[in-house]
Design a protein around this ligand. Sequence first.
Ligand code: HEC
Length: 182
Amino acid sequence: MKNFKLIIVLVIVVSIASCGNKRTPQLQYMPDMYESIPYDADAENGLNGKPVNSKPVAGSIPRGGHPAYDFADSNQGYEKAKMSLKNPLENSEKNLTNGKAMYTIYCTSCHGKKGDGNGYLSQAEKFLGIPSYKDRDITEGSIYHVLMHGKNLMGSHSSQLTYKERWQIVQYVEVLRADLLK
Ligand code: HEC
């Protein structure tokens, strides 16, 4: 009997609770289960005070990308690149062919076809002091460094050439230099 009264009361409570305006939310138990707590993933204080979309870890390399160039534009940076920086590309005919094509476009005007410093701009005396590669004690690292940062009258070529093209040119300059030294 006691239970029966309890059931009657419950039925009344439930039916009253369900008779409210259908357009407004009814009683919700554990509302977190229905509505997620929104947060701004890009905000500095995204979740619990920590950014959610964190910045990449220092030194991360994007897929298909390459490491950032972090040899400073200084004499020390030059020397460091000269000693330690190595060409990541394999020594292949394909790389060399493209290196030659890029060299012809970007370098011959000053350095000449053979790299002896007798380019058009040199002959026209528009630029002075263009060296022959054979007279410079250069390495793959130092050539790349000069392409990135330039050197005195020679400007940087970092924006005209891609990472791969620069290294292909380096390969070709080394071949020219070896030929000049023969
Ligand atoms: C506008 C003319 C000009 C162009 C274009 C140019 N250079 Fe130079 N380059 C110079 C001059 C001038 C120097 C001498 C810089 C110095 O030592 O004062 C030089 C020096 C160099 C050196 C020797 C640097 C050293 O460490 O002693 C290399 C290697 C070189 N250039 C490679 C290239 C390559 C590769 C290209 C094409 C992507 C190129 N240069 C385009 C003018 C030019």
